[in-house]
Design a protein around this ligand. Structure first.
Ligand SMILES: Cc1ncc(COP(=O)(O)O)c(C=O)c1O
Length: 400
């Protein structure tokens, strides 16, 4: 078996790289094919041993002897993502949550402790707060806007700081530089869920994080029809993650890898437009007295300052803290939106809305939500922003 024959186009521009890399001159197609395999066949016993020896010497080189280790299709995606992340390596998993799991299980062992941002994605909270308890692993949640709660809870047993930025559904932006300096001083491994920004707007590994997660289900694929995850790592944690990947069998399949690679071709174009559209919608919403916008738009807020300090752009996902007499008027508002589909996930080409109920925000300690305040999440898609604004305007009439 030979290693990939596909040429990797190297360019300093993210945009040009995404369009030109991995053209398949071997098969004379622009995009490399889907190679499906359980058995990887070799010409002889010597060939399989040779490949295994190469894999041992060069574990990121794309050598594999069994389908669970991937095929050329998954390897191409991993190589593209490694370049985008400016990381040592990228592991790909069947879902974004698989990457969260892989990151945490690569580091945490019984009797260890971890510090997790209070507003993490709710399944990440369930995993750390409840499930890991059964393995005698303790999780302490810190306040994203008061890093004293991070600093003060570090013990000799703390092995991992897990950040999600911005906070899931409540969109708090944290002081990432401070978090990294606390972690480095205390020799604690760091991980960040960077799904909201992707490495297009923020590169965590280059910044100093050891691990960076992106749900490829969202902007990477961009078309709401595939699931996947990516876990970028630096050299320090590579071996631990590689061993955990092997033992858990968490690997993306080639068909999904192909679709995600195809989606990446237009990642920059779509994110540029999501950002422009979201900014226009945010401008409209910021004038409404019943709504507090949870998006980096108003220049004097702490969240804006923290976003501006670390990010080169903003994606299309935003939150609205709405003052309303009761949940019925929120229901009427979300149900009367015509261009916003009601459903989970985001990062596709289309606009979505979701009312955040208890199951999404769960047992948070630091969520400041008054009785008459409700959280609604909007994903601003690639439609004409004037149409989106007109739709929101008509639906807002139902807010009482
Ligand atoms: C911030 C964040 N991280 C991780 C995930 C999990 O990704 P997936 O749905 O691909 O498992 C999600 C999904 O909504 C998410 O919003």
């Amino acid at each position: 078996m030979s290693v990939i024959v596909i040429k990797f186009f190297m360019s300093n521009s993210f945009k040009t790289f995404l369009k030109h890399t991995a053209k398949d001159f071997h098969n004379q197609s622009v995009n490399p094919p889907v190679v499906r395999a359980s058995t990887i066949i070799f010409k002889s016993m010597q060939h399989i041993r040779k490949t295994q020896a190469k894999a041992e010497k060069n574990p990121t080189g794309g050598y594999y002897d069994y389908g669970r280790q991937g095929t050329s299709t998954t390897h191409i995606l991993q190589k593209i993502l490694t370049k985008l992340e400016e990381s040592y390596h990228v592991f790909t998993t069947p879902t974004g949550f698989g990457s969260v799991f892989l990151a945490i299980f690569s580091v945490m062992r019984p009797n260890d402790e971890m510090l997790v941002a209070d507003p993490v994605y709710s399944p990440t909270r369930l995993l750390t707060q409840d499930y890991l308890k059964e393995f005698n692993i303790k999780t302490i949640f810190y306040n994203p806007h008061d890093l004293k709660t991070l600093q003060d809870n570090i013990t000799k047993k703390t092995k991992l700081i897990f950040v999600e930025n911005p906070g899931s559904n409540s969109f708090e932006f944290q002081d990432l530089g401070k978090i990294i300096s606390i972690a480095k001083k205390n020799k604690i491994v760091t991980a960040i869920d960077n799904t909201w920004a992707t490495p297009y707007y923020f590169k965590p590994i280059k910044f100093g994080f050891d691990m960076s997660i992106v749900s490829a289900t969202k902007y990477y694929s961009g078309h709401s029809d595939v699931m996947g995850g990516s876990l970028a790592v630096n050299k320090k944690v590579f071996n631990r993650v590689k061993a955990t990947e092997k033992i858990t069998g968490l690997r993306l399949g080639p068909d999904d890898a192909y679709l995600i690679t195809r989606g990446l071709r237009t990642l920059d174009i779509r994110l540029d437009r999501h950002r422009e559209n979201a900014k226009k919608v945010a401008g409209f919403l910021s004038k409404n007295k019943k709504i507090k916008l949870l998006y980096p738009y108003k220049k004097n807020s702490y969240n804006f300052k923290m976003w501006k300090k670390y990010y080169s752009g903003a994606s299309g996902l935003m939150g609205l803290k709405i003052k309303a007499k009761n949940v019925n008027s929120i229901k009427k508002f979300v149900n009367s939106l015509k261009l916003f589909g009601y459903g989970y996930s985001w990062g596709g080409f289309e606009s979505l809305v979701l009312h955040q109920e208890f199951r999404e925000t769960g047992k948070r300690r630091y969520l400041n939500l008054a009785k008459d305040e409700h959280l609604v999440r909007l994903h601003i898609g690639l439609e004409d922003p004037n149409d989106l604004i007109a739709d929101i305007r008509q639906a807002l009439r139902h807010l009482k």
